[in-house]
Ligand binder design. Sequence first.
Ligand code: ADP
Ligand code: ASP
Ligand code: MG
Length: 405
Amino acid sequence: MSLIVQKYGGTSVGNPERIRNVAARVAKYRAQGDQVVVVVSAMSGVTDNLIKLAKEIMPLPNEREMDVLLATGEQTTIALAAMALHALGVKAVSLTGAQAGIKTDGVHTKAKIQNITPKKIHQHLKDGNVVIVAGFQGETPDGHITTLGRGGSDLTAIALAAALKANLCQIYTDVDGVYTADPRIVPGARKLEEISYDEMLELASLGAKVMQSRSVEFAKKFGVIFEVRSSLNDNPGTIVKEETKNMEDVVIRGVSLDKNQAKVTLVAVPDKPGVAARIFKSLGDAAINVDMIVQNISHGSGAPATDLSFTVDKADLLKAQKVIDGLKQEIHFGGIIATDKIGKLSIVGVGMKSHSGIAGKMFETLANEGVNIEMISTSEIKISVIIDLAKGEQAMKAVHAAFLG
Ligand code: ADP
Ligand code: ASP
Ligand code: MG
């Protein structure tokens, strides 16, 4: 008998028929004698709609109230999924994140899981139930509802698999696994049999929304091996696990495009110690994650000044602008330019550690497409560039063809 954690994403529970489909799959595992904990997302489109509703009330809604609102999406699905199992004669109980014992910090809309006490889950499993847990949510020690950031049901599943010491963790979605690029944008993308945590983490952080990046980080930390597979068929998916020796033979594992970033440029920032610290400390205090940063001192005439550009999540752009505006009196920079018409295109592969010439080939490919590079950042296993959003998909296809075609 195995203990299996299965997560079903929004499309996989997108309508009553799909929910019945999920129930049938769960029932099959149950019939083999396995214990099953099911994590579900909100039905597809629901979370986006809730956000839209809130923004119609006010542009920058209170984040505690956002969490109260967003958590309703997953709460709907757990009840419907439990009913679908009941309809098949399978015992099932639904639990909210809080009821499942998921405790988080108080950073609303992107809370971090602090610990999980799965006492209730164990009890219900012992009583012969399938336990259905609402993904994406938890509660603070003093009882406020929190959510775990977009795509956070992946994190719920991985964290539960770790806390329950599950034998198997399966992430069911609407594609057959992790591909060399988003198969919806790049028709020639290929499904990967396996991928290392580090590569999956980079791809996920760089826009491949097939897995939430924080969930991959968590899986790596706690050694949770998981499989990404389709809820619509029985094809084997992609195994995500620690890097093995032969993985380095492949130079580029995948290409990703993040359309969810925005760029802020501070023009003519006084060039003196402490200025960057002041800016990024303030952004950090506002819980804004800054991704790429580029700064270069101007060597022209006049007082030493620099342009400073950085990127943030599109969702944080308004908040970031507000923080920067608040520093104007103190720092005396020349101006601020903000745009969300950018895309971040990246190539990822552990094989980059031992191969050279990769950046040159990527930039040449972009040049041939007439794509201008606005920012560049690299790590041992990735190269990312910021480009015009309008050319994002064209550039992605060209780069995929150059390295993986
Ligand atoms: P779920 O609702 O199941 O969590 P998501 O929509 O969050 O599913 O993630 C699945 C989607 O991720 C796919 O439909 C696909 O378009 C997209 N995607 C982006 N990059 C990749 C990739 N490299 N491999 C597979 N899917 C990807
Ligand atoms: N419903 C949440 C979202 O759309 C969480 C998830 O689906 O994983 O981001
Ligand atoms: Mg998802």
